[in-house]
Design a protein around this ligand. Structure first.
Ligand code: PMP
Length: 347
């Protein structure tokens, strides 16, 4: 296998609603061998470089899959408006894909999300609506606000959490790319979860490919931050939540429709300090600038490699870029205020 092998982008085939344009650049991301993590564990640890998508994150795939599906069902038409509640990355993907397809987007984001993501949304002309951060059970939660707004204006609600077009997008693209890029040699896949689209879709696709090839299915491991209920759900069927994390876009306290019917084989709970150690090492030792959820994923891949033992192949996801979190993960003042380590070059 070669590093930076450009994978096919099968999702574009048969696309009828516009010429490929920008959407043709979504997916087909390189699978990068992480040298230090691989050397440390005696395994081959690979990471899918999703930060290389046009909108800069793994969520471009969900945005494209959701918008394609909405066109197919007639829920969205050229000139129409799509509305979404998001931690930021989906909003960026939805706005860019909508603009490329001749639609408008309204994006509802909790005001606690990183300044960089909000600035980026403003920069690309998103119709941005900031709301106070509220738990899901509160009607003021950004997801519910976005649903009500879509209904009020007669727009299309993307509903990334419970719209299974999201996981379908990963089952039919991310999984197939990873299968091809590893030549079907993959012992484990580990990934964090926000909507569950990436984890459930990619894992289901990998299990299907393994079955078709008559091979054992890769072990699927949920990588979860503190403050998320999913680790407890996998380990003891208990979704209750404690603690918290500075990572954005991941962690979940309910079984979304994208997770429904999907069961990981195991789970790792990764504290912020361990995730940040990986974020900083990826930057200074591998030349890869990534965000916090990528750190959670790589930490989980390393733990998985240690459990499986040398000689195994483990794949994970680099969800977005470090530039999205300059004011937080790379800000010594912020890090010190949270009692977290500061990278040596910023100390
Ligand atoms: N990492 C980041 C940075 C994200 O923004 C998201 C999505 N909110 C995820 C990971 C999780 O992806 P998914 O929604 O597919 O579970």
């Amino acid at each position: 296998m070669t590093e930076f092998n450009k994978a096919p982008s099968p999702h574009i085939k048969g696309w009828q609603h516009s010429s490929p344009g920008m959407t043709a650049a979504i997916g087909g991301t390189p699978l990068i061998r992480l040298k230090r993590a691989s050397e440390e564990t005696g395994c081959d640890i690979y990471a899918k470089a999703e930060f290389m998508n046009p909108g800069g994150s793994v969520k471009d795939r969900a945005a494209l899959a959701i918008i394609k599906h909405a066109f197919k069902t007639g829920a969205l038409k050229p000139g129409g408006t799509i509305v979404e509640g998001t931690a930021g990355n989906t909003g960026i993907g939805i706005t860019l894909v909508a603009q490329a397809m001749g639609c408008k987007a309204i994006i509802v984001v909790p005001e606690t999300q990183s300044r960089e993501k909000l600035d980026f949304l403003r920069m690309i002309g998103a119709d941005l609506r900031l709301v106070p951060a509220k738990p899901y059970r509160d009607p003021g939660n950004y997801v519910h606000v976005s649903q009500r707004l879509a209904e009020e204006i007669g727009g299309c609600w993307a509903n990334q959490f419970d719209n299974t077009a999201n996981r379908e997008g990963h089952r039919t693209t991310t999984a197939l790319e990873i299968w091809e890029q590893t030549n079907g040699k993959i012992d484990a896949f580990t990934c964090s979860c926000g909507t569950g689209g990436t984890l459930a879709g990619t894992s289901t696709g990998l299990r299907e490919q393994a079955a078709l090839a008559g091979k054992a299915a890769p072990k699927i491991i949920l990588a979860d931050p503190e403050g998320s209920g999913l680790y407890g759900w996998v380990k003891s069927n208990d979704l209750s939540v404690s603690g918290g994390s500075i990572t954005e876009g991941i962690g979940q306290s309910r079984i979304t429709a994208n997770l429904d019917g999907f069961i990981p084989d195991d789970a790792e709970r990764i504290p912020d300090e361990e995730a940040l150690k990986q974020v900083f090492a990826l930057t200074s030792e591998e030349g890869l600038s990534v965000g916090g959820s990528s750190g959670i994923n790589v930490a989980s891949a390393i733990r998985t490699a240690r459990k499986l033992g040398p000689g195994h192949t483990i794949v994970t996801i680099l969800c977005d870029s470090g530039s999205r979190y300059q004011s937080k993960l790379f800000n010594p003042e912020f890090l010190r205020s949270k009692n977290l380590p500061v990278p040596f070059w910023l100390a």
